[in-house]
Each structure stands twice: as structure tokens, then as C-alpha cells.
Design a protein around this ligand. Structure first.
Ligand code: DAH
Length: 332
């Protein structure tokens, strides 16, 4: 004898419709379809029945079971949708609260400078290259003609990374290692600029930051001269600052260039501001980049990108650029 299955179905339908959340439904699912459920118990009775009776009863039980499964599954769909809606409602953000008078954001002044520089140099026929911020000692120093333990390395307060041999891996102190990477990557002619972030263990003050930006330039071709370099630097100054600006080159020293120079531009008050280092690429550096110095010659330069931004906008404290004070940044 089977229990009253119609009755069972009606009761089950009511209980399922009343299950208020997924936990309640899960409990009901076990109760209606699990080991101790009416349908499972009834199935155990089948063995004791006559074959004909058993066949009908078995079919009926299967139908009831399927109907129970359908009820539970439909209710689950409804409850899950409700739960998703509740979660969405709870996580809702009212973005209109942030809108104090339609203020649109804009690019950071350093990004603007970076993009402007790229535009100017691309307009002069240069391509843009980038290299890694975590460098090896060879690219940052060795290949750039800094002999091991040479005092010139002390010009850079290097931040080393704990990786490999001690002293072998570092945060690049300048963008010059990208020169080597560009030479390694392809044959001259090379007319490339390499903007990027650089790192030194400096204390922040009005003219220093431990993280700042440089833009490196490298030209390698046949018969490149110091005159080409001076002309390029001057053309750049006029394009970036305006035709009335003047610049000068002063003798200097960098291990990777020979001769080397400092590039200054004249401020409104007549004083000079140092903007870049530059020089003719040292033969050892060409060789480190896999090029024959008898065939190729070139020049390189490295600008402080943040300084260019300060200079152009008349900002007198480098730290202002990175304080992220909206009132300050919105001016540019
Ligand atoms: N790498 C130098 C620095 O960070 C700047 C520099 C000087 C880059 C002369 C050059 C160069 O390419 O020719 O101080």
C-alpha cells in the first residue's frame, strides 16, 4: 500500500511555497527527497508487492518524485533571484553623491608632460621604447661603462632588490639602461626616446623624490656628430618651451658618454636651470649594445621629466606633483 501521495504532494507544494529562504528550502529538499522522505520510504515497500501492483506503484512514485523535484527547483530559482537582488541592493553605490558640480577629471600633470614630450619627439622622427623598472646590474651600470666599484656609481643612491646574487638586481636608477636594451633589440639607425619611472634612495624634498621620471634619448647612425646633438636639443627646447627660449651646453662627465655635457635652459629671471645630461655615446657602450664603434656613432640624452613639468608650469616644489591634492592638481 502506498501512502496518500496526492495529499503528500499538496502538503509539499504548500511547504515549498512557504520556504522563505534558501536554507529553509535546503532543509525541505532533504525532508521531501532524502533518505527518510515519504517517497524514499515508499520505494522500499515496492519489494513486497505483487509484480503488477509494483509496476503501477513504481511509476506513480517516479512521477511524484519528479514533481517534488520540480517544485523545489522552481522555488530555488525564485529564492536565488531574490537573494541576488538583495545583494545588489545592499551593495548599491550612489555615484551621484560624488558628483559635486559636474567636475571632470583630467590627466595628471606628469602624464600630460610625458605625452607632450612623446608627441614632440615623435614629430621629430623618434620612436618610443620602454624597459623594465627592475633591472640587472649589467644594464643599469656595467654596460653603461661604469667599472665595478667605480665612484661614479655613488652618484646614484641605488635601491637593490633581494633577488639572485646580492647587488645583482636593482630598481633602475635612470632610464639609460633602456639604451642598451634598444641597441640589443635591433640594428641602427636608432632614433628612440625612452620615458619611464626611476628610483633612488633619496629623501623627498623640494627638488628630490625617491621615485621620479626621466626621458632618455638615443640616436645611433652613421656619422652622427656633436653638432647633431646640439641641434636636436635646441629644436626640442624651442618646441617644448617656445621659440624665445635659449639653452646652453656645459661640459660635464658621465661614464656612458664622451664628451659629456649638461643641458641648461634660461629662466625668465636670467638664471639657468639644469634640465638634462647628454653626450656622444661612449664606444664601450656601443660595444656593450653589440654595435661596432668603428661603424656607428651616436648621442644620448636624459631629461628629468618632472622637472620639465615644474619648469613649464612655474611650480617650485617637486613634492606637490605627488601629494595628490586635487586642489593643486586641478590647476594643470
Ligand atoms: N642617466 C643620467 C642620470 O640619470 C642622465 C643622462 C646623462 C642620460 C647623460 C644620458 C646622457 O643619456 O647622455 O643622471
Amino acid at each position: 500500500m502506498l501512502p496518500d501521495l496526492d495529499r503528500h504532494l499538496t502538503d509539499a507544494a504548500t511547504a515549498v511555497a512557504e520556504a522563505g529562504d534558501l536554507d529553509a528550502l535546503r532543509a525541505l529538499d532533504a525532508e521531501l527527497l532524502g533518505k527518510a522522505s515519504v517517497v524514499t520510504e515508499a520505494r522500499r515497500e515496492l519489494g513486497a508487492m505483487e509484480p503488477d501492483e509494483r509496476k503501477d506503484a513504481g511509476r506513480r512514485l517516479n512521477e511524484v518524485r519528479a514533481e517534488l523535484e520540480r517544485l523545489v527547483s522552481e522555488r530555488r530559482t525564485v529564492l536565488e533571484a531574490g537573494q541576488r537582488a538583495a545583494v545588489l541592493e545592499a551593495e548599491r553605490l550612489d555615484l551621484t553623491e560624488l558628483d559635486r558640480g559636474q567636475r571632470l577629471g583630467h590627466r595628471h600633470v606628469v602624464t600630460q608632460t610625458w605625452e607632450r614630450l612623446e608627441d614632440i619627439f615623435v614629430g621629430m622622427g623618434f620612436t618610443v621604447a620602454e624597459g623594465p623598472e627592475i633591472e640587472d646590474e649589467w644594464h643599469n651600470f656595467g654596460a653603461l661603462n661604469f667599472p665595478p666599484d667605480h665612484p661614479a656609481r655613488d652618484m646614484y643612491d641605488t635601491l637593490y632588490v633581494e633577488h639572485g646574487e646580492p647587488g645583482s638586481t636593482l630598481l633602475r636608477t635612470h632610464t639609460s639602461p633602456v639604451q642598451i636594451r634598444v641597441m640589443e633589440a635591433g640594428e641602427p639607425p636608432i632614433y628612440s626616446i625612452m620615458p619611464g619611472r626611476v628610483f633612488r634612495s633619496d629623501t623627498a624634498d623640494a627638488t628630490h623624490m625617491p621615485v621620479f621620471h626621466q626621458i632618455e634619448g638615443l640616436v645611433v647612425d652613421r656619422g652622427i656628430t656633436f653638432g647633431d646633438m646640439a641641434g636636436t636639443m635646441d629644436a626640442f627646447t624651442k618646441a617644448y618651451f617656445g621659440r624665445e627660449f635659449t639653452s646652453r651646453l656645459r661640459p660635464s662627465y658621465f661614464p656612458f658618454t664622451e664628451p659629456s655635457a649638461e643641458f641648461d635652459i634660461r629662466r625668465d629671471d636670467g638664471s639657468w636651470l639644469e634640465l638634462a645630461g647628454c653626450g656622444m655615446v661612449h664606444p664601450n657602450v656601443l660595444q656593450a649594445g653589440g654595435l661596432d664603434p668603428e661603424v656607428w656613432s651616436g648621442f644620448a640624452f636624459g631629461f628629468g621629466l618632472d622637472r620639465l613639468a615644474l619648469m613649464r608650469h612655474g611650480i617650485d616644489d617637486l613634492r606637490e606633483l605627488f601629494r595628490n591634492d586635487h586642489r593643486f592638481l586641478s590647476q594643470f
